[in-house]
Design a binder for this molecule. Structure first.
Ligand SMILES: [Zn+2]
Length: 277
């Protein structure tokens, strides 16, 4: 992320026309122009006079301050503005702004969830020098929480293991993923998730890349792995259907927003550099 993160505004840039990432529940306020969305600036945001509950400084992007605002749910959509989900924002703004929007969403979510101390129930306050909230009574500190999850492309010869989640009845097929358990290494998690969900054993687990996934606070850590043994046996809990797919016969796969798609695209390139979907 290109954002220069900070908890206190830089006096040098304080008067500049800031980016405002304002959320009403899970939805982000954007300006709609000819079917496209863009992030409002502070001058535009001030004009529409929405009621905010809290405002948090995020840092500077290309020398412009960025703020996250948690809006009161009673606000109605002002003219030329609308509210959109983060997924729908993808492709409308630059990658840098999209990353800050995801960060803003996570910070607003964390802020909402830690208005009170989970240990003693007293009110919390913001720490002065770091991104944290502190209980005024027992001094417990709450940092933004990140939940690591692995995602893995398992290869068998020229075929890729893809599965359809039970929740997506007519939805796409994707590579397997799951949250890391306490006490587990990432490699152990990869082996466990694939085994649990499909009955397949894997080897040669290799790091691929990572991606913050703000729905609401996951960090996806992607791997590749090779088939080591076993027959496909869907778990019946999460996975409705799983199979080995060759490049020329792929089912519907996730959109370009996700690292799942980057793993699938990398598999396709590895099979045939000229092959693309
Ligand atoms: Zn407390």
């Amino acid at each position: 992320m290109k954002l220069m993160m900070a908890v206190n505004p830089d006096p040098e840039t304080q008067d500049k026309d800031a980016y405002i990432f304002a959320f009403k529940a899970e939805q982000l306020l954007v300006i709609e122009e000819g079917g496209n969305y863009r992030i409002p600036r502070s001058s535009e945001f001030a004009r529409i006079k929405l009621t905010g509950i809290r405002e948090l400084y995020l840092g500077g992007l290309h020398d412009l301050p960025c703020y996250a605002v948690d809006l009161d749910k009673s606000n109605v959509d002002p003219d030329d503005f609308c509210f959109t989900g983060l997924r729908e924002l993808f492709g409308h703004v630059t990658e840098d702004l999209f990353a800050v929007a995801g960060y803003a969403f996570q910070i607003v979510h964390w802020d909402r969830m830690h208005q009170y101390c989970g240990k003693c129930g007293s009110s919390t306050e913001y720490a002065s020098a770091e991104r944290a909230k502190i209980c005024m009574e027992c001094k417990e500190i709450y940092y933004p929480r990140i939940s690591p999850a692995v995602i893995v492309a398992v290869k068998k010869g020229n075929k890729l293991l893809l599965a359809r989640n039970k929740k997506r009845k007519h939805g796409f097929y994707s590579v397997l993923a799951g949250f890391v358990e306490p006490g587990e290494t990432l490699e152990e998690c990869v082996k466990r998730e694939v085994k649990e969900e499909t009955g397949i054993d894997v080897k040669n687990v290799k790091y691929f890349a990572s991606q913050p996934w703000p729905f609401p606070n996951a960090l996806m850590i992607a791997f590749t792995a090779d088939y080591a043994g076993g027959e496909i046996r869907e778990d019946g809990e999460e996975i409705a259907d799983a199979g080995w797919f060759p490049p020329e016969n792929l089912p519907r796969v996730p959109g370009r927003i996700s690292i799942a798609r980057k793993l699938i695209d990398a598999f396709l390139e590895g099979q045939n550099p000229n092959f693309a979907i």
